[in-house]
Write a protein of this length. Structure first.
Length: 252
């Protein structure tokens, strides 16, 4: 099989090999990877000026068979501007990107060159789309960017849920907002967690609220440690973490 995956702030997992050639991309539109030089900032939706148009301008999107986009809260299909800012019509976006088929659910969207068979819109995850496209099941989801104890339970629930769709090759993608235990050796715990506060001068604790939890296993509150809730998802399912922090894919 041949599977091309491009990610940006996203995690991809596959349950079983995909017996066909596929090009898949998941992208968080909040990122400025395709931004223009404007200093304006759209707080919801397109997020950074130029992301939408430059996707098409640089010929990025039409190459991929399936495209998952995160942070689409400003997009809609009814023409109603829900957030008092520049409205984005998902149908027009799909056309400009070269996709005939799409599905939008609040802050996530799925695009495909082949028909999308929507299977479910479950309550697991922040928002989740489950769809079948050309014999492959896709789950596109997002999770909160904040660390908290019950987030582990949420990932366990997702792991248990995805097993319902093992009847076909399965790919889970989106913005998990969780660091992977397989990349543990590449993380600097002091830099990310610090002593529980962000110290700009000391360059520590930069992601204390995102990827760290305080160790409360003892009577006295302990230090902040890196947290890996996505590990619960892997334990509750037989999914394989495909993407490594230093590039490359896990063998399928």
């Amino acid at each position: 099989m041949f599977l091309t995956i491009i990610m940006k702030f996203s995690l991809f997992l596959a349950a079983v090999p995909v017996a066909q050639s596929l090009q898949i991309m998941s992208y968080n539109i909040m990122d400025s990877g395709f931004a223009d030089d404007s200093s304006d900032y759209d707080p919801v939706g397109d997020r950074v000026p130029g992301n939408l148009t430059n996707f098409a301008k640089h010929g990025i999107s039409p190459f991929y068979d399936v495209l998952g986009i995160i942070e689409t809260s400003c997009w809609s299909e009814d023409g109603v501007d829900r957030y008092n800012n520049t409205h984005q019509n998902v149908s027009a976006i799909a056309t400009s990107w070269g996709y005939e088929h799409y599905h939008l659910r609040d802050n996530i969207a799925l695009f495909s060159h082949e028909p999308i068979n929507l299977l479910d819109k479950p309550s697991v995850g922040y928002n989740t789309i489950v769809a079948e496209i050309k014999g492959v099941n896709y789950i596109v989801s997002s999770f909160s960017s904040i660390s908290y104890e019950s987030k582990h339970e949420e990932f366990t629930s997702m792991g248990e849920y995805v097993m319902k769709y093992k009847d076909k090759p399965l790919i889970l993608m989106g913005d998990m907002n969780s660091i992977s235990p397989q990349d543990e050796h590449r993380y600097n715990e002091t830099l990310l967690c610090g002593n529980g506060t962000y110290d700009a001068e000391g360059q520590s604790g930069e992601y204390i609220g995102n990827f760290c939890l305080q160790d409360n296993s003892t009577v006295s509150p302990g230090p902040y440690k890196l947290d890996y809730p996505v590990g619960n998802l892997l334990e509750a399912s037989d999914l394989t973490d495909l993407c490594f922090l230093n590039g490359g894919l896990a063998p399928l």
